[in-house]
Design a protein around this ligand. Structure first.
Ligand code: BG6
Length: 289
């Protein structure tokens, strides 16, 4: 189902037989909504979100080919600022990635303007798939269609909706090294406990296991993040002071969101001419007893 938003931008709605739904904008290939069969939104979108060249504040913007300001490009790269197209001729994926799922394939190809700022021809295919059990999978296939190698970083900047950030715990990052964006990307080592939140956090955890869990005690639910090809995990919450400085973010909204991104940042991925890279992120939600 393809509709237009009020700015005339195409949006794709996926709905499974149980009534779980996912909405994706062709602007940025950005997932804007993921709702349970009860109509409850699982992703955070700011009440101040506006349509702007950069991504809408919330959902799952894709940071590519650069994460943050680590490079010469605009913050988080240009993919989230481009119009993607629906790709009707996407090459097949592994059958398990299609069976019983409702999905859409999107495509972003480097334009002449992109080549001026990032001189590397690429094709970025994004499959967004909704399974019968409600899990949401994003599969990125990035191909070098150039005649020389290039390197890139990528992050699925996932804004989870949480009831109260001070009641949230993240497991799966214990004992890992991380780069702290609040300390000039200095490297630290996480202690043994699950992560809890009481101030601004802006970190890249390095080489995590393939499953990370976000427990929301108040809601009694857990988000599971399963990833392949995405060794790093970004954890971001702007907290009180930074929130006030972000124009498209409500002053109190930091209490109700947490970004936990599957990513490949520390060691950029290099593709030789003709080579393709695949990265997979699967998000699911389960009640916590
Ligand atoms: C985080 C960065 O991942 O994304 C932060 O580390 C940044 O520094 C945040 O503020 C949001 O970025 P943006 O460009 O969407 O406002």
């Amino acid at each position: 189902e393809i509709a237009k938003d009020k700015h005339g931008v195409g949006q794709v709605l996926l709905r499974n037989l149980r009534g779980t739904s996912v909405r994706i904008s062709l602007h940025g290939g950005q997932v804007l909504s993921w709702k349970t069969d009860h109509g409850e939104e699982l992703l955070f979108i700011s009440s101040k979100a506006t349509f702007k060249p950069e991504a809408v504040r919330g959902g799952i913007p894709i940071c590519f080919p650069q994460f943050g300001n680590r490079g010469s490009l605009e913050q988080h790269g240009f993919a989230r600022n481009r119009m993607w197209i629906v790709d009707d001729n996407s090459p097949p994926l592994h059958p398990n990635d299609s069976n019983g799922k409702t999905y859409i394939d999107l495509l972003l190809k480097s334009t002449d303007d992109d080549l001026k700022i990032w001189p590397h021809g690429f094709e970025f295919r994004l499959r967004v798939a909704l399974a019968f059990d409600g899990s949401l999978t994003l599969i990125s296939r990035i191909r070098n269609i150039n005649c020389k190698p290039f390197s890139f970083s990528i992050a699925y900047h996932t804004y989870f909706a949480v009831s109260d950030i001070s009641e949230v715990r993240v497991e799966g990052l214990e004992t890992l090294d991380y780069l702290d964006n609040l300390c000039n990307r200095e490297r630290f080592t996480e202690q043994g406990d699950a992560l809890t939140f009481e101030s601004e956090v802006d970190r890249v955890y390095l080489s995590s296991s393939d499953v990370v869990a976000v427990f929301d005690h108040e809601k009694k639910r857990t988000f599971l993040i399963k990833k392949e090809g995405l060794p790093d995990v970004v954890v971001w919450n702007p907290w009180e002071k930074k929130s006030k400085a972000i124009a498209d973010f409500g002053d109190e909204e930091y209490k109700h969101m947490l970004c936990v991104d599957g990513a490949a940042i520390e060691k950029p991925i290099t593709l030789k001419p003709g080579e393709e890279w695949t990265g997979r992120l699967e998000l699911s939600v389960t009640p916590t007893s």
